[in-house]
Design a protein around this ligand. Structure first.
Ligand SMILES: Cc1cc2nc3c(=O)[nH]c(=O)nc-3n(C[C@H](O)[C@H](O)[C@H](O)COP(=O)(O)OP(=O)(O)OC[C@H]3O[C@@H](n4cnc5c(N)ncnc54)[C@H](O)[C@@H]3O)c2cc1C
Length: 413
């Protein structure tokens, strides 16, 4: 690999006025068969899956830990793995990498089963540790404290991701790229079309010292520790940095004040604020307009896809065609491979909360469990493409499905 990858700043830094007229070198610090951008649930799953298939994998993460909103945002309950099955029973079904993560956390005694409620709840620190161990085991190179800020694209292919670090701008090259930023940063730079969805921005936080019998928040594996959910303002643009800063201040204050109020409740004298989230609760931003838009309709009608790469379940109650459905009345649904495929970029896959699904399915498609499922499929596909020297759009879907099946992913109802 070249020591330096010559990139012209007028291309890289088209928005930076001071650098538009001369060439600069951006040193290449790493390269791989597969480059994953974002180390949330989707990104870790993608990187792990790709490395297990023999790919050399680099994962770029802007923070200093893995898990994204799952750990850093304290959005702990794994509730998207529950749904109605064809036999008429509502069940939890964690297969593939999600099943492996749940088993590992069970082995550490760090996941609260939460049966019949909102799905199993892991401990965030145990989860960060577990995710790090998984990537170390398969040899993924993780680059922390690296904000991806641009790409180098030639014709229809990405050549490198540019990262902003304390040591300056650097490049990471690769054959296949996976956008797991949650916000679709990479596909936006690549010129893909997208929807910008505005949701309520909130936050989760944890309190300790809660008496066993007290009804408060969601239980966690650590006795006396509960996770709490703050709903803030609706219809917020999660890409607006000034508004996010305003909400960050507002929410931190509210968390502190709510905790002081909890202390005044009967039995709440010993309650204390354990932690605020490292990440603001931005639910949705960009959603890819990909090769297939998975719809709420598909999910309610047991739609079968020949290119199904995994199944997902439900979180909330919804109203569908005038009827209210609880999670236990809503079918398990299939995810087609085409929902992970952009239209204009040959060597890019998208996984997690920014892959292609319609507004109606947003609540379910963005759940941690679903993100792990799409991550596993994207990582596996990218590794096969790198090995076979092909592109995600040309990959034989049957070969992808057979690897996923061998890896324990459920593909049929
Ligand atoms: C308040 C709230 C409550 C929720 N509650 C639940 C719940 O109870 N159960 C549930 O299953 N889901 C819940 N969710 C949804 C779920 O947490 C997310 O949708 C899920 O974590 C998305 O996973 P992801 O990997 O796609 O993205 P993220 O979790 O957002 O991870 C993206 C990762 O990419 C990194 N990144 C982003 N941009 C860049 C960049 N340019 N360069 C480098 N790194 C980058 C981020 O730091 C992060 O680590 C909740 C969400 C919110 C906001």
């Amino acid at each position: 690999m070249n020591k330096h990858f010559h990139i012209f700043c007028c291309f890289l830094l088209s928005l930076c006025l001071s650098c538009t007229n001369s060439g600069i070198d951006v040193p290449v610090i790493a390269g791989g068969d597969v480059v994953v951008v974002g180390g949330g649930p989707a990104g870790v799953s993608a990187a792990y899956a790709a490395a297990r298939e023999g790919a050399q994998v680099v994962l770029i993460e802007r923070d200093g830990y893995l898990g994204g909103l799952w750990t850093g945002g304290l959005v702990l309950p794994l509730n998207a793995s529950r749904a109605l099955e064809k036999d008429g029973q509502a069940r939890q079904s964690c297969t593939g990498i999600m099943g492996e993560m749940v088993s590992r956390l069970e082995g550490m005694d760090m996941i609260y089963p939460n049966e019949g409620r909102s799905g199993p709840v892991p401990d965030p620190e145990a989860t960060k540790y577990m995710l790090q161990c998984m990537l170390e085991e398969v040899g993924v190179q993780v680059i922390y404290y690296a904000l991806a800020c641009d790409i180098v694209k030639k014709r229809d292919s990405i050549k490198a991701v540019i990262i902003e670090t304390k040591g300056g701008r650097l490049a990471v090259t690769g054959k296949q790229f996976i956008d797991c930023t949650g916000d679709g940063d990479v596909f936006a730079w690549a010129g893909e079309d997208f929807d910008l969805r505005k949701y309520h921005i909130g936050a989760m936080y944890r309190v300790g010292g809660v008496p066993e019998e007290m009804k408060l928040g969601t239980r966690t594996p650590i006795s006396g520790v509960r996770v709490m959910n703050i709903r803030s303002e609706d219809d917020q643009n999660g890409l607006d940095v000034l508004n996010n800063s305003r909400l960050q201040n507002l929410i931190r204050k509210r968390i502190w004040e709510e905790t002081q109020d909890l202390k005044k409740k009967e039995g709440g004298e010993n309650i204390y604020l354990l932690d605020t989230p490292a990440k603001l609760g931005i639910r949705m931003t960009r959603v890819l307009k990909g090769q297939y838009c998975l719809t709420l309709d598909d999910s309610m009608k047991w739609t079968e896809f020949p290119d199904c790469i995994g199944l997902a379940g439900r979180d909330a109650t919804i109203e569908y065609n005038g009827t209210k459905y609880k999670w236990s009345e809503r079918p398990i649904w299939q995810i087609p491979y085409r929902s992970l495929l952009p239209v204009k970029t040959a060597n890019l896959l998208v996984a997690g909360r920014c892959c292609c699904f319609d507004e109606g399915l947003t609540w379910d498609a963005r759940e941690v469990g679903t993100c792990i499922v799409t991550g596993q499929a994207a990582g596996t596909a990218a590794a096969l493409c790198a090995r076979e020297n092909t592109s995600p759009g040309k990959l034989q879907v049957d070969s992808l499905r057979s690897v996923l099946r061998e890896r324990g992913v459920r593909l049929e109802f």
